[in-house]
Design a protein around this ligand. Structure first.
Ligand SMILES: [Zn+2]
Length: 245
């Protein structure tokens, strides 16, 4: 199972909502692209399902981790120019599945932010590289978000309790998936690579032990750019784009 070829990106997008399982997912997968969108005038917000309470690589007290990582994500979002960051409560890092409750919480955020475009992680596993992008939480959030885009957010009869909150149905017209198999829509992020790195540096609990993060990211992103036919030395992030309307 894989994605169809990407649709061309919509040209009249004003608002984007990024939906992610953990602090740092947005910045690792799409930080350069988000910084570009903000520079182009798009309004970008994030919805985080967890505070990454199972993350970290040292002896930081475990009860501190969610507090640290929420602050890190807010600081990283400020680096790339993301306007608003909302965290859901009640979900644990490592325990996510695409439940009806998660679909309802994402639907609530979609109806509140009213995005034209959603950015999220792929619900499809990348079998050739199961560590990282194919973390089960990423797959679960990708699946729950896709279900929230269609049918939940646009169906006036889904989750009637949201209607009681005054949240009207909303049609998200486009979804960008990161971390999936064979991503074929490449964004040239050469000019925003340093912003992406600055955002990743804010995720200190996740990145301070990585001495060669710049070099590793550069070589991976150069390869993506080269495979897409971009000029030598350019850097890229890659996605799959689906139209949903
Ligand atoms: Zn993650």
């Amino acid at each position: 199972m894989t994605f169809p070829p990407s649709a061309p990106p919509l040209t009249d997008v004003k608002r984007v909502l990024g939906v992610f399982a953990h602090p740092d997912d947005a910045d690792f997968g799409a930080g350069g692209t988000v910084a570009r969108w903000v520079a182009e005038g798009l309004e970008v917000s994030y919805l985080l399902v967890t505070r990454g309470d199972s993350g970290g690589f040292d002896d930081t007290p475990r009860d501190q981790m969610p507090l640290l990582r929420e602050a890190e994500q807010r600081a990283a979002a400020a680096e790339v120019g993301v306007a608003e960051v909302e965290f859901l409560d009640g979900y644990r890092d490592g325990y996510l599945t695409p439940t009806i409750e998660l679909r309802r919480d994402i639907t609530r955020a979609i109806r509140r932010f009213r995005p034209d475009r959603i950015l999220t992680t792929s619900p499809l596993r990348r079998w050739e590289r199961i560590a990282g992008p194919s973390h089960p939480d990423h797959l679960a959030v990708g699946e729950a978000t896709t279900c929230a885009v269609y049918p939940d957010a646009r169906n006036p009869f889904a989750f009637p309790e949201l209607g009681a909150d005054g949240l009207e149905p909303w049609v998200v017209r486009e979804v960008w998936y990161s971390g999936g198999p064979n991503p074929d829509h490449v964004v040239d992020v050469t000019d925003t690579f340093d912003v992406k790195l600055a955002a990743l540096a804010r995720h200190a609990t996740q990145t301070r032990h990585l001495d060669d993060l710049r070099r590793v990211l550069r070589s991976r992103m150069e390869l993506l750019a080269r495979d897409a036919g971009l000029p030598e030395g350019h850097l890229a992030e890659a996605f799959t784009i689906i139209h949903t309307a």
